[in-house]
Design a protein around this ligand. Sequence first.
Ligand code: ATP
Ligand code: MG
Length: 504
Amino acid sequence: MVRTILRTRGIGRRFAGVTALDGIEADVRAGEVLAIVGENGAGKSTLLKILSGVLAPSSGSIEEVDEHGHAHELRLRSVAEATQVGIALVHQELNLAEHLDLAGAILLGREHHRFGWLDLRSMHAEAARWLARVGLDLDPSTLCGSLPIAQRQLVEIAKALSANARILILDEPTSSLSARETDRLLAMLDELRRSGVAIVYVSHHLDEVLAIADRAIVLRDGRMAGTLERASMDRATIERLMVGRDLPPTTARPSLGAAPDRLVVDGVVTSHRRRRPASLVVKRGEIVGLAGLVGAGRTELLEAIAGLGHASGTIMLDGRALSGTMAQRVARGLAIVPEDRARHGLFTLDPVRTNVSMAWLPRGAHVGMVDHAGERDLVDGMITRLRLRPSDPARRVQTLSGGNQQKTVLGRWLAVEPSVLLLDEPTRGVDVGARHDIHEAIRAAATTGCAVLFASSDLEEVLLLADRILVMHDGAIAGELARESATEVAIMGLATGGALEAAR
Ligand SMILES: Nc1ncnc2c1ncn2[C@@H]1O[C@H](COP(=O)(O)OP(=O)(O)OP(=O)(O)O)[C@@H](O)[C@H]1O
Ligand SMILES: [Mg+2]
């Protein structure tokens, strides 16, 4: 039975000087998946935060509709109030308390008590059930902070599910999940929909939206660009409504020919977990993609190359051993755009300007003097090149939308014109137009000789960007595919160890 249970009436939201939302009319229906799509900064997260009590609207109202069709205004003053009426939000920027264990994080605010004490045994049992539900086989006493980002995302989802919400709101829940976990999540959402839960879902992956959504609201610059019913939903229509421009074709990649090896990784074993050794080569001007399932060891390998964490084996840059701390490696021309921009990349309280120029400044400084004019040109150039929105260098990073935060970290490292550029999920949470811009910027860096090694869970991205694809399985490189012969099926086969099985 599909019926409207929540409705927004002309919702608007202003932040100092910015209209993030204006005149939003959305219907949330039980037993339906409502997708909210739009470019970076279109207002999606802001809308979800208003629906879940994180933010108050500046204008308009939210109405709850009962089974008789009677509406009354719902004033949500906090997340706790939203939880009480059965609304749960999975945030875009993960915000699990790092010091809590999984049981504590999942059941936060709903702890079990027995004789006045926390009943840890029963909490752990319940948490274990929710973890299993999202396919995580983890001990409930594991600390949240020790988990890689994809697993934390799944824990956030387990937490929302455990609240038994009537309305489940998810902000880019699949942005760091690989194809397999994404399929599992979509199946889970389908099951919840059948049981009558209303789902509001934001994603930049239009294939997911097309697979699961019953309706889609397209936002553009904070306004309603259109509402599409399932029958009228197709990729081209959605893209046209959200982007409002046609994407230019991608730049053709020059043939590498006999380019010399730039980055050589030989028998690297990360001490993180017991892994098999990984070896690879990236030539001057080459873009190599690392594919694999979540947990295959892509992030660990990139971090080992960057000097984050202990690893054994040899790494060479332009024929000379690359070792020491990350700072020493950066001084040699290495750059890394980390997966978790909130934890390792951005100084969110600082403006875009300092976030972009900070790695460049030591080079831009002449005899100890900061080159302010040079810095300004650099930052303005990066803002234009990456189409950062709003294009204001004084903007605090904290107030940028997720995709624009990603562009900011990328801009910092492109600015130093690195010899080796390592990228972990370079377009996580980035819209189709911005993804194109970021890919073009990476291609341009490669064209000047930079060796690019990137990890991505997005197979479409791997196929679009990489000259050559390495597939990781269980810490090691399980196989290699040339761009011409690579397909999603071939990558998945290697990633799941299929080829290894077949070879035995
Ligand atoms: N706290 C804030 N202060 C000032 N401006 C903000 C704040 N939060 C959001 N904005 C602005 O509101 C607009 C909408 O942001 P929002 O995060 O809702 O976008 P989004 O559609 O979720 O984008 P993305 O796809 O990148 O996540 C942006 O221009 C953003 O910079
Ligand atoms: Mg967002």
